[in-house]
Design a protein around this ligand. Sequence first.
Ligand code: NAP
Ligand code: F7E
Length: 323
Amino acid sequence: MSKRALVTGVTGQDGAYLAKLLLDKGYEVYGLVARRSSDTRWRLRELGIESRINYLEGDLADACSIQRAVIKAKPHEIYNLGAQSFVGSSWDQPVTTGIVDGLGVTHLLEAIRQFSPEARFYQASTSEMFGLIQAEKQDESTPFYPRSPYGVAKLYGHWITINYRESFNLHASSGILFNHESPLRGIEFVTRKVTDAVARIKLGKQRELRLGNIDAKRDWGFAGDYVEAMWLMLQQDKADDYVVATGVTTTVRDMCQLAFAHVGLDYQEHVVIDPQFFRPAEVEVLLGNPGKAERQLGWRPTTSLESLIQMMVEADLRRVGRE
Ligand code: NAP
Ligand code: F7E
């Protein structure tokens, strides 16, 4: 009998890669999709798996729909990837972000507790919880100091996951994932904004790229590597929390330089600093220590930032070329 997995956020970057990984391992995949007025399944199509997922309509803000999804899917594993995931928007929609990214986790944990207590649960926590960093390299014992409504909501989701593990003995794990990117990254995030612009500038369809704080530093990895870590967490006998990162940090400026240089351009001739992209409170630097994930899960990142950015630029050149 094949295992069943329920994935919230299945139409997102990570949801698509994780669904592919699970299908390749023989799982039956149920994907929670919130109703939208336009098509959101382009990533699943790009990976060739759109027709292989059992879609369940539901919204993390709606506890009834979450209960129904858990009852219907009868999952062995549940991956909670659904979220309002864009930090910048979390100041414009702080309440929605709090309900979906924070309370939404409780909706799911309650449904598991009542209807599926044997299911294993993964919570998509984030390095944004470290925010104003309290240690040069952040690991599982570094104190949190979130700097956005997104980071604050995710911190609630993180602690409620730990609380339900300790209170009700659920197999509930939390992955504290640092930034991870891919050709399937949403266009609002800085790496994809840059690689899309590089393709457009190279093909003569755009002249400049407007960015905010390019001195910010991030620990960027490849999403395809990171979904493997999620799966590994749920294969452990004991649930736990893990930092997933590369251990290398790079400025937005240097990431731009890599992307433009890949097509023979100089970023300084195209990047314009625009105050509208600065945030009310910034996370200046993030750098993760993935030692525990390496030791206990046997997980390692396989993709350098350079090859990741090249992969993204190449994908965007193909997309823009087809337009
Ligand atoms: P993403 O591409 O923005 O995907 C988010 C998914 O959540 C989409 O499928 C979206 O559906 C869904 N969603 C949004 N609001 C929802 C709601 N109210 N109810 C149910 N589903 C909803 O994000 P991602 O990069 O794949 O990230 C996956 C998860 O990891 C998120 O929880 C994110 O916060 C977290 N995370 C990401 C990173 C990273 O660097 N990528 C790092 C750490 C943690 P629609 O497409 O229909 O809107
Ligand atoms: O910003 C700076 C910006 O939006 C990265 C999400 O997946 O990772 C992501 O959050 C940095 C920030 O990602 C622009 O100020 C400069 O310092 O790509 P981002 P993020 O905010 O780090 C974490 C781990 C998550 O959990 C989130 O869900 O780049 N930056 N100029 C810019 N950022 C954007 N988006 N656009 C700019 O024009």
